[in-house]
Design a protein around this ligand. Structure first.
Ligand code: F6P
Length: 319
């Protein structure tokens, strides 16, 4: 392995820069040239590729977003686009590719692997919805961003004795909502993985009000409903005055937490090690504190994990 390429794809996530830095520095440390592919898989079609030096990734470990930029590329879903991408990599003499992103990005990596080009997937998404790893790069930062917002909303909710509905991201997964709701002491957490009973939610809030609670915070994962839609139903049911906050893309930005930087550094370095060992079609991850790798296809086919015990705990603690 003399030349390695790296790209970020799909929704950006805090810590992606730390992962890029790890890939570049680990490669150079071992005498391998590193190339950045810009704007995700579209950069493979347009040939937007540049050699990265040690200094190219200096001063980025603490920055959110991705210096390589990201994109969701429809052309790359076709075999023609994928073959074009491989030709582009080969023209640059690149022998292995590291793809940092979510499940859509993994599909691209899988397609290239099946066409014979060595690829390794690194899980980077705030959604924490990639099988094969307990944590994805960016999740911890997004969790803390949401938590920060919940704490602030709680201040105003208490002052006005209001019920707040906070809509958070996560696509079809509920981890951001679940973890932030548990850590933020939310009264109710709605996630796509669990069934919800409006009667139960309304009863919990009404009981709280009767016991003298000054506010109620309900976290709704975007995969369940929009915050506005849910709040409307709740008001119709309970007559309670509600306010809605949609946190939106704020959740995707910001300085990565220490956890995300360490995770990204370890996973990025592991991806390089795998390519150096001649491996292909693998996805790296973190399980019980250890860096692991698994077959990319197996990972893609596994059901998405959700921590059931955390959900039950949140129910017990939010009485
Ligand atoms: O996958 C990350 C994510 O932020 C999801 O949580 C969200 O549903 C989606 O991306 C938003 O995508 P876009 O930035 O394309 O609107």
């Amino acid at each position: 392995m003399r030349k390695i390429g790296v790209l970020t794809s799909g929704g950006d996530a805090p810590g992606m820069n730390a992962a890029i830095r790890a890939v570049v520095r680990k490669s150079i440390y071992h005498g391998i040239e590193a190339y950045g592919i810009y704007q995700g898989f579209s950069g493979l079609i347009t040939g937007n590729i540049k050699k990265l030096e040690i200094g190219s990734v200096g001063d980025i470990i603490h920055r959110g977003g991705t210096i390589l930029q990201s994109a969701r590329c429809d052309d790359f879903k076709t075999e023609e686009g994928q073959r074009q991408g491989i030709a582009c990599l080969e023209n640059h003499g690149i022998e292995g590719l590291i793809v940092i992103g979510g499940d859509g990005s993994y599909l691209g990596a899988k397609a290239l692997t099946e066409l014979g080009f060595p690829c390794i997937g690194v899980p980077g998404t705030i959604d924490n919805d990639i099988p094969g790893t307990q944590y994805t790069i960016g999740f911890d930062t997004a969790l803390n961003t949401v938590l920060n917002a919940i704490d602030k909303i709680r201040d105003t909710a208490t002052s006005h004795e209001r019920t707040f509905v906070i809509e958070v991201m996560g696509r079809d997964a509920g981890d951001i909502a679940l973890w932030a709701g548990l850590a933020g002491g939310a009264e109710s957490i709605l996630i796509p993985e669990e069934h919800h009973d409006m009667e139960d939610i309304a009863a919990r809030i009404e009981n709280g009000v009767q016991r003298g609670k000054k506010h109620s915070i309900i976290i709704v994962a975007e995969g369940v409903a929009s915050g506005a839609e849910f709040a409307k139903n709740l008001t119709e049911k309970t007559g309670l005055e509600t306010r809605v906050s949609v946190l939106g893309h704020i959740q995707r930005g910001g300085t990565p937490t220490g956890f995300d930087r360490v995770l990204a550094s370890r996973l990025g370095a592991k991806a390089v090690e795998l390519l150096m060992a001649g491996k292909s079609g693998r996805a790296v991850g973190m399980e019980d504190g250890e860096v692991v790798d698994a077959d990319l296809l197996t990972v893609l086919n596994k059901p998405k994990h959700m921590n059931q015990s955390l959900y039950l705990l949140s129910k017990e603690l939010s009485i």
